[in-house]
Design a binder for this molecule. Sequence first.
Ligand code: UDP
Ligand code: MG
Length: 321
Amino acid sequence: MRENSIDISIIVPLYNEELVFEQLIQRLKGVISSTSFSCEVILVNDGSSDQTAELIEKICKEDNRFTGIILSRNYGHQLAVSAGLANVRGKRGAMIIDGDLQDPPELIINFYKLLIDGYDVIYAIRKNRKESFFKKKAYNLYYRLQKKISNFNIPIDSGDFSMISRRVVDNLNDMPEKSRYIRGMRAWIGFKQIGYEYDRDERQAGETKYSWSKLFELAFNGIFNFSDFPVRFIAKLGFLTVIFSLFYFVYNLYRKFYYNDVPQGFTATILAIILFSGVQLISLGIIGEYVLRIYNQVRNRPLFIIDKIIRKEESNLNNEA
Ligand code: UDP
Ligand code: MG
């Protein structure tokens, strides 16, 4: 596929998705054969331990509309998408979808229309989710919390499923931050953005690759990278605590002099110690999060390392990250 003939690159991060792979490729082929614009598909293997890499290699050697990017190990969803973004050849932009077909690739046609209408970011909004009750509640709470405390408006219930213009792709690639929360960075970039409501399907095969710990990491990035609230909150909390304790001290002096009935107060003392040790530990943890982020940034490691890029034609791209 000649590079300058590609309009849109579709980025699909894949981690142990051998069960859904065949179905995914069939759906994608159907979609990219039917569009009036030309598409390439970038399949990113995020260090899978199953047959995903081999399957990617096979399809990319057969069909020149598919490009495979094999990462050196598992870096996590956000970095797998970043690796795809760094290799977008589409001159009009890119679409990001999940590999498990929860995001219908057919929407590319509707998204593309909006792109042509002048929108730079078309982000999909999940009208309903087909996940467990508990997960739904957790997502719901998280997105609302994030919206409340973030420094600018990150749309509720939108994930990475989106189409972005070429200049947004370039801007994302130019952003040097190491802990990447793409939906936040995308919102931060600005330009004309529009939400597009859709019904999120169920995962078509296999199991979720987002463990609770990966979800927490994502949520932490969303909060600490896009909000000053936590670190400001502890300062306020500390301030209020001091004021409260001053009042309490004065009150106790008053009781002592006028009634002389200040109790021995062992329980209260222990309680205060435990409570404020907890507050201090949480505060240290919050400061630690910021320090960790500064450390990661200063250490300046590449975001990911590419093992190889697979294309049917001769490739002249190298391992730049
Ligand atoms: N994924 C990835 N690396 C990871 C975890 C997930 O590339 O470490 C991919 C996964 O293969 C899928 C997408 O990210 O294409 C979304 O993951 P998943 O569907 O498991 O998340 P969920 O929809 O359950 O939140
Ligand atoms: Mg999924």
